[in-house]
Write a protein that binds this ligand. Structure first.
Ligand SMILES: CC(=O)[C@@H](O)[C@H](O)COP(=O)(O)O
Ligand SMILES: NCC(=O)COP(=O)(O)O
Length: 239
């Protein structure tokens, strides 16, 4: 079974645009769970442009499915936030400070010492650690050497290549996923997954543990309604 974790960053973007509390991120998280999502993902960034650090504390109080916090652990504040909240999973992402969104995975070989130390800190607090990587078997193997529990494959290149040639676009992801299976890592995937490309990814890599989806899902909900949309994504994950 592949779990759907809904990334609610975009709900916070909308809320912040007016400075009030509409839409309410806690309500949306609880509604996503009620509609069948098996997890909630947030990606607080240092500028708090969408999810605020306080949102993480508030969500931790109410989320009953898997809570996944994504972010760059080179920020001390991020590490403290995660340790204070003890989510089910932390996903380590090497975000550049002013990048509009995440745009690459870790070099798990070049950053081996830093990642190994950080992963040990999170794991000793009982938090599962997933490392965001490009679809490169060497980076997957590197994550294993650093002590990660899972990798999250950065799926933007798959989404970008899907319409031109989906077999070609998915191939590096199958190789990376095979490596994860071979070395005993759990497998997540995310970034730009959508109703167009999700089912083929699932068919190609049936052992995916989890996908986290935000931008497309929240955009679809404008037209299709949140309940219907969450359920449509869940159906795409059925084989
Ligand atoms: C790690 C990842 O791919 C997502 O978390 C993505 O970066 C969403 O973040 P934004 O909503 O800030 O674009
Ligand atoms: N980890 C990926 C994620 O949480 C959502 O990415 P996106 O669907 O907003 O591109």
């Amino acid at each position: 079974m592949t779990r759907l974790s809904v990334n609610i960053n975009k709900i916070a973007t909308l809320r912040n645009s007016r400075g009030g509390d509409n839409p309410n991120v806690l309500k949306v998280a609880l509604d996503c769970e009620r509609f069948g999502a098996q997890g909630i993902t947030v990606h607080p960034r240092p500028d708090e442009r969408h999810i605020r650090y306080q949102d993480v504390f508030d969500l931790k109080e109410v989320v009953t499915t898997e809570f996944n916090i994504e972010g760059n652990p080179s920020e001390k504040k991020f590490v403290e936030l995660v340790l204070a909240n003890k989510p089910d999973q932390v996903t380590l992402v090497p975000d550049a400070l002013h990048a509009i969104t995440s745009n690459a995975g870790w070099d798990t070989i070049g950053n081996r010492i830093e990642l190994t130390d950080l992963i040990a800190v999170f794991k000793s607090a009982g938090i599962r650690v997933s490392v965001f990587v490009d679809p490169d078997p060497r980076m997957v193997e590197g994550a294993k050497i650093c002590g990660a529990d899972r990798v999250e494959l950065y799926t933007e290149p798959y989404a970008a290549g899907y319409f031109e040639n989906r077999q070609k676009a998915v191939l590096p992801f199958i190789h990376a996923a095979d490596k994860a299976k071979e070395v005993g890592l759990g497998l997540n995937a995310g970034h730009d997954l959508s109703l167009d490309n999700l089912h083929f990814l699932k068919q190609s890599i049936p052992w995916l543990d989890e996908v986290s989806i935000g931008h497309a899902l929240i955009s679809d909900a404008l037209y299709l309604g949140l309940e219907n949309t969450v359920q449509m994504y869940l159906r795409e994950l059925e084989l």
